[in-house]
Design a binder for this molecule. Structure first.
Ligand SMILES: NC(=O)c1ccc[n+]([C@@H]2O[C@H](COP(=O)([O-])OP(=O)(O)OC[C@H]3O[C@@H](n4cnc5c(N)ncnc54)[C@H](O)[C@@H]3O)[C@@H](O)[C@H]2O)c1
Length: 364
């Protein structure tokens, strides 16, 4: 019988509800405490996930100091991921699950990883689509050579590269078995002062990722109306398409398209991915899955590609990896006038989520 792991959730908003379902349906984990700077968020989440008021906290550090947590979920807006993860690492839980994107810069990501390593904490990033059966089957098809040697991967989505786009990049990494990118060429359009989840983002951008001599990935963000997460993969002997948890493929041996039926039930937008993610983290803690598929080094790899798209646009050149710039190159480009705002007026595409001034991200 496995141990029962005590989970504390920081920030009780929308994605925390998916984490909540994952920790609740996983038989080895239980949410024992929650923290949110907004009292109403605590009341609603506590009611829906059965967490009594004496375990509600306005201060997440106080929660971690008092609750003896085994696992901490970090579900806040993006700019708070690093600070909260580093604070959690200092309290030495067994694992932290931090939402995507991992951080705002490689400097932050490395500080998070160092803090976790020094405290013996496993750090996972919430690219939960790695648990979709269609994504895993696509990985198997590519890795077992069913479509020949992959030569082009094309992903297009909306809602910002650092938001939905990070899942597309993570898909490319996942099906390539985390093959490191060698270079990135990027173009960024940013005329308005657009933000998402409290940080600067592009109006639209594209990137080409060089994985190998004849293997390239393309990422498009906000270029057309497509709002799907996944990719088309072209190989020397076939092709496949993954759009969220749907997969179809064609090979030189098949007679037209083959369709893969996802093995899990699709109950919400993410199916059972968060439940599988919870089990994956438990298995990682217990040493049953050594190379956990959602671990921080893979979240960092997606972040490095996104930072490289921005750096390429800032420097007008193909950027070789590993990326040496530790700051967020989009911030640097805007602040130094390389990519100036021509249509002024700060706005945040996720402003509809703002509950009140308790949210510490709000623009100063
Ligand atoms: N993995 C995915 O597919 C996926 C999907 C959606 C969102 N996300 C990520 O999840 C994160 C949260 O997004 P969301 O849509 O849930 O946002 P949300 O606005 O619904 O929730 C954020 C919560 O954080 C709370 N908060 C703000 N400041 C705080 C503080 N200092 N301490 C504690 N709580 C604080 C807010 O009160 C709010 O309840 C983002 O990083 C986003 O990128 C991931």
């Amino acid at each position: 019988m496995s141990a029962q792991y005590r989970v504390g959730v920081i920030a009780s908003g929308r994605i925390a509800r998916e984490h909540g379902r994952g920790w609740t349906e996983c038989k080895n984990t239980e949410i024992v405490a929650i923290a949110d700077s907004h009292p109403q968020a605590l009341i609603e989440y506590g009611r829906d996930f059965d967490v009594p008021a004496e375990h509600h906290y306005l201060d997440y550090r106080e929660m971690m100091d008092k609750e003896n947590l085994d696992i901490v979920s970090v579900c806040s807006w993006d700019p708070m991921h690093a600070e909260m993860t580093i604070a959690a690492a200092a309290r030495k839980p067994k694992a932290i699950l931090c939402e995507k994107p991992m951080a705002m810069s490689l400097g932050e990501a490395d500080a998070m990883m160092t803090a976790c390593e020094r405290n013996g904490v496993k750090l996972a990033i919430g690219h939960q689509r790695r648990f979709y059966s269609a994504w895993t089957e696509a990985k198997r098809l590519v890795q077992e050579g069913e479509i020949g040697r992959p030569v082009r991967i094309w992903s297009a989505t909306r809602s910002g590269m650092m938001n939905t786009g990070t899942h597309c990049i993570d898909f490319q990494q996942y099906i390539l078995n985390n093959q490191p990118a060698r270079w990135v060429m990027g173009a960024v359009e940013r005329q308005t002062d657009k933000h998402i989840f409290g940080h600067r983002v592009e109006d639209r951008c594209v990137g080409i990722i060089g994985y190998g001599d004849d293997l390239e990935g393309v990422i498009e963000n906000e270029m057309n109306a497509r709002y799907e997460v996944g990719a088309c993969v072209y190989g020397t002997d076939g092709m496949l398409e993954v759009n969220d948890n749907r997969l179809r493929y064609m090979t030189t041996k098949s007679n037209g398209w083959q369709t893969f039926q996802p093995t899990e039930k699709i109950l919400t937008g993410y199916g059972t991915a968060h439940v599988d993610q919870a089990y994956g983290i438990v298995n990682w803690i217990e040493g049953k899955e050594e190379d956990y598929r959602g671990q921080a080094k893979y979240g960092r790899a997606a972040l490095e590609i996104m930072m490289s798209v921005y750096e390429s646009a800032r420097c007008h050149e193909r950027v070789n990896l590993p990326l040496l710039t530790r700051a967020n190159p989009l911030d640097v480009a805007v602040e130094t006038g390389v990519i100036p705002v021509t249509r002024p007026g700060w706005y945040d595409e996720r402003a509809m989520l703002v509950r009140g001034e308790g949210m510490s991200w709000v623009k100063k």
